[in-house]
Design a protein around this ligand. Structure first.
Ligand code: ATR
Length: 288
C-alpha cells in the first residue's frame, strides 16, 4: 500500500484493539476499490480517549469506528448524535467534520442487513421481520442494538431473556415505552425455553457459545422449524445454537455478516464509495 499526501485516513479505536477484524475488512475494500486511503488499528486507553479523538480530527482523519470499551463514552462526547445511536445508547461510527464529532450507530443496520442478505442467499426462505414474535437472549449493548433493529423493522412482539433479570426488565420497559405499537416483555432466564413455541426469530446476543465461554443451554424442541435462528457470536462461525437449529431444519444466519454489514456506512462516509459484502470478503476476513 503506497499512500499519497492526500490519503484519506480512518481507523478503529479500542482498548485493546489487536483482536479487531475491522482493519482487515476495511483494508480489503480499500484495495478492492483502489482507494488512496488507510484504515488503522488505534489502541487508546479510556483516560486518553477524548484527547485521542480530538487529535485524530486535528490530524486530518475522516473519522473512526469505536469499539469496546469506548462506545458509550463516544456518545457523550459527540457534538451531533444520530437519533438511532441515542436510542441504542452507544456510538460505533464517528465522522470528523469541521472540528465537530458526528456519531452514529450502525450495529442495528448491520444486524438487519445480515439477516436480509443471509436469509435470502440460499436455502432459507426470505426473512419477514413482521411475521411473528422474536426472542433475544441477553440484555447488554449488543442486545440493545438488536432490539431496536427488530422493533424498527416491525417485529410485533419482542421478548428479552437475560441471566440478570433486572437488565432485561429495564430494557423492556425503556423500549416498550417508546414503542406504543409493539409489545416488549422480559422473560425470566429460566423460562427462556418456554418462550420459543411461537417464535419467528431467535437471536443470541450473549457471549455464551463463544470460543472459551460456557455453552448456551437451550432445548430447541418447542421452536417452530420455520423460525429464523441467528447468533451474534462469530467465533466459532457455527455455534452450537446454529448447528442444532440447522440440524432440525431451521433457517440460520451466522454472526459474521453483522460485523461486515455494520462497517458499510462508515466506509462510505470516510472513503466515498459504497462497499459490498461479498463471499470473497467473508472468506478474506475468515482467513485472518
Ligand atoms: P455486549 O455489549 O456484547 O452485549 P455485555 O453488555 O457484557 O456485552 O453483555 C453480555 C451478555 O451476555 C449479557 O446479557 C450477559 O448477561 P448478564 O447481563 O446477566 O451479565 C450475558 N452473559 C454473559 N455470560 C453469561 C452466562 N454465563 N450466562 C448467561 N448469560 C451470560
Amino acid at each position: 500500500m503506497i499512500l499519497s499526501g492526500r490519503a484519506r485516513l480512518a481507523g478503529v479505536v479500542g482498548w485493546p484493539v489487536g483482536h479487531s477484524l475491522s482493519p482487515r475488512l476495511h483494508g480489503f475494500w480499500l484495495e478492492h476499490h483502489g482507494i488512496d486511503g488507510a484504515y488503522l488499528p488505534l489502541a487508546v486507553a479510556p483516560e486518553h480517549f477524548e484527547t485521542a479523538l480530538r487529535g485524530l480530527g486535528e490530524a486530518g482523519f475522516r473519522g473512526v469506528n469505536v469499539t469496546i470499551p469506548h462506545k458509550r463514552t463516544a456518545l457523550a462526547l459527540c457534538d451531533e448524535v444520530a437519533p438511532l445511536a441515542a436510542r441504542i445508547g452507544a456510538v460505533n461510527t464517528l465522522v470528523f467534520e469541521d472540528g465537530r464529532l458526528k456519531g452514529s450507530n450502525t450495529d442495528a443496520f448491520g444486524f438487519l442487513e445480515n439477516l436480509r442478505q443471509g436469509a435470502s442467499a440460499g436455502e432459507p426462505p426470505a426473512w419477514d421481520p413482521t411475521a411473528g414474535p422474536a426472542l433475544i437472549l441477553g440484555a447488554g449493548g449488543a442486545a440493545r442494538a438488536v432490539a431496536v433493529a427488530l422493533l424498527d423493522a416491525g417485529t410485533p412482539d419482542l421478548r428479552l431473556a437475560n441471566r440478570t433479570a433486572a437488565r432485561a426488565e429495564a430494557l423492556a420497559q425503556e423500549l416498550g415505552a417508546e414503542e406504543p405499537g409493539g409489545q416488549v416483555t422480559a422473560v425470566p432466564w429460566e423460562r427462556r425455553g418456554a418462550a420459543l413455541g411461537d417464535l419467528a426469530v431467535l437471536v443470541n446476543t450473549t457471549s455464551l457459545g463463544m470460543a472459551g465461554e460456557p455453552p448456551l443451554e437451550l432445548d430447541l424442541d418447542p421452536l417452530p422449524t420455520g423460525a429464523l435462528v441467528t447468533d451474534i457470536v462469530y467465533a466459532p462461525l457455527e455455534t452450537d445454537l446454529l448447528a442444532h437449529a440447522r440440524a432440525r431444519g431451521n433457517p440460520v444466519v451466522d454472526g459474521l455478516g453483522m460485523l461486515l454489514h455494520q462497517a458499510r456506512p462508515g466506509f462510505e462516509a470516510w472513503f466515498g464509495v459504497a462497499p459490498e459484502v461479498t463471499a470473497e470478503l467473508r472468506a478474506f476476513v475468515l482467513a485472518a
